[in-house]
Design a protein around this ligand. Structure first.
Ligand code: HXC
Length: 261
């Protein structure tokens, strides 16, 4: 049985998929310390569970998350923020080995958007409203927004979002490549995200982890170093049973039976 969390619902829509739902409705899923700790622990628990191949992270219809909890932050002093290394535990998703799909409906603002930006694949409902409104609070994004948005949508769009605080709707986010796609069908964005997660969980998990590691390295390394890392990871997969099985199954014109080993 999985651990129960106060601010997060965890379910298994498929034996191989964990669905983690942010659940602090009275504050539009604003991320206070307890909420954030529940989110990271639920994600880590799923990452470590050998039965699970991918995770879906979502919120409510009204809000994925309306940001870091402003009421909790407002009286912090510099020395408290600095000495407690406030937000140092923020990079939770990017450290997970298994793929995470974010399903965003409603508001994804400030730290809420920065949480979604850490996911590997981002799907949006037509109701999605994405923004970095920190400028209106006299601060800037602190959970990776300036860096991830600049890399994802380019300098001028990132500057506009961060300097004006303008909220971007689903359609514009799709056009900008801020989300993979807007899910317009009647089953909704969470179902679509679960399907993507099921699809990924049905592949070789060793290969999926290597693919995620290699793509993430593209944001850290020079092209030459990144290409070398990719080639070494590619070479190393020839030591796995899944590589033998996958290529044998192709040659024998049958479906592969992955053992994730
Ligand atoms: C604390 C919040 C909150 C937040 C909403 N609430 N967002 N509480 N922190 N970020 C609370 C409200 O105070 C209110 O509580 C309840 O949730 C419902 O919100 P309303 O404002 O009444 O709803 P609505 O009128 O529909 O407006 C929705 C909204 C607005 C546009 C999303 O709530 C809003 O602007 N929220 C703040 C968005 C923001 O600035 N986010 C960035 C935060 S800074 P009560 O008790 O009154 O019912 C940040 C820094 C990141 O994220 C640092 C790195 C992680």
């Amino acid at each position: 049985a999985s651990i129960r969390y106060e601010n997060v619902l965890v379910s298994r829509p498929d034996p191989a998929v964990a669905l983690i739902t942010l659940n602090r409705p009275k504050a539009l899923n604003a991320l206070n310390a307890a909420h954030f700790s529940d989110i990271s622990m639920a994600l880590k628990e799923a990452d470590e569970n050998p039965d699970i191949g991918a995770m879906v992270l979502t919120g409510s219809d009204k809000a994925f998350a309306a940001g870091a909890d402003i009421k909790e932050m407002k009286d912090k002093t510099f020395s408290e923020a600095y000495m407690s290394n406030f937000l140092s535990n923020w990079e939770v998703i990017s450290k997970l080995r298994k793929p995470v799909i974010a399903a965003v409906s409603g508001y994804a603002l400030g730290g809420g958007l920065e949480l979604a930006l850490q996911a590997d694949i981002l799907l949006a409902a037509p109701s999605a409203k994405l923004g970095q409104p920190e400028i209106n609070l006299g601060v800037i994004p602190g959970g990776g927004g300036t860096q991830r948005l600049a890399r994802l949508i380019g300098k001028s769009r990132a500057m506009e979002m961060i300097l004006t605080g303008r909220i971007v709707d689903a359609e514009e986010a799709e056009r900008w490549g801020l989300v993979n796609r807007v899910v317009r069908d009647e089953n909704g964005v969470v179902e679509a995200a679960i399907k993507v997660a099921q699809d990924i969980a049905g592949k070789s998990r060793v290969a999926a982890a290597a693919g995620k590691e290699a793509v993430n390295a593209a944001f850290e390394l020079s092209l030459a170093e990144g290409l070398r890392l990719e080639r070494r990871l590619f070479h190393s997969l020839f030591a796995t049973k899944d590589q033998k099985e996958g290529m044998m199954a192709f040659a024998e014109k049958r479906q592969p039976q992955w053992t994730h080993s």
